[in-house]
Design a binder for this molecule. Sequence first.
Ligand SMILES: C[S@@+](CC[C@H](N)C(=O)[O-])C[C@H]1O[C@@H](n2cnc3c(N)ncnc32)[C@H](O)[C@@H]1O
Length: 232
Amino acid sequence: MLTGQVAFEQRFGENHFDHFARDPELAELFDRSMAAGSRMFDPLPAHPVLIAAAEGGTVVDIAGGNGELLRRILSAHPRLHGILLERPHTIETARRFLGAAGHTARCTFRAGDFAEVPAGGDVYHLSRVLHVWDDDRCREILRHCARAMPDTADLLVVERVLPADGSASLATAWDLHMMCDVGGRERRADHYARLFADAGLTLVDRAPLPLDGSVLHARKIGPTNTGSRSSS
Ligand SMILES: C[S@@+](CC[C@H](N)C(=O)[O-])C[C@H]1O[C@@H](n2cnc3c(N)ncnc32)[C@H](O)[C@@H]1O
């Protein structure tokens, strides 16, 4: 039956994150399934903006899941501090996970919503977050980020970007998966660039990651940023 609705919501009667929030076992399974694709993160700790922030800077991971990306970054850069923002049920998983990795002293855990992105960070991460949402919600999330970011901060967005030439990519299968599961989608780089621009951000650079991933580097558009600083 064609309804035009999100298949998961049609079947379970609620958004999948709300569904997981009420079922700890399912939530843990979801966190582990996200971690299964974390090979995509392998090159990220060596990203130039993290190298630049490594001596005492602060990384903010927005909707950072169980903390796997932050764990890798804090392990690679022992003088970096981390802030992880997540929904309340997932923040506890992240607290245990990063605690077991010995990072509690350098990490602050914030239970909250996208509207509460912490201010004052040097590098902000949105990893596999924007593909969950439609364009309007993405603009909202990006505006929350832009508001919280100092003029000199960097935003790294990790996603599977759809190839502009239609070549084969895991992004195509994920595009379908996201549409059915959450009403989200994968996007081409120029589509992300337009969403960034609508939120007062500019796409500076893009680099490939394993598993057909990409890291998009964005900065704030403003008097101190011309958007010309390249990260690699
Ligand atoms: C697809 S997962 C990505 C997790 C992690 N960044 C990664 O790459 O493995 C999306 C995350 O967004 C979080 N999330 C969903 N709605 C949120 C909200 N309103 N505020 C903050 N986080 C939210 C979920 O709990 C989930 O961990």
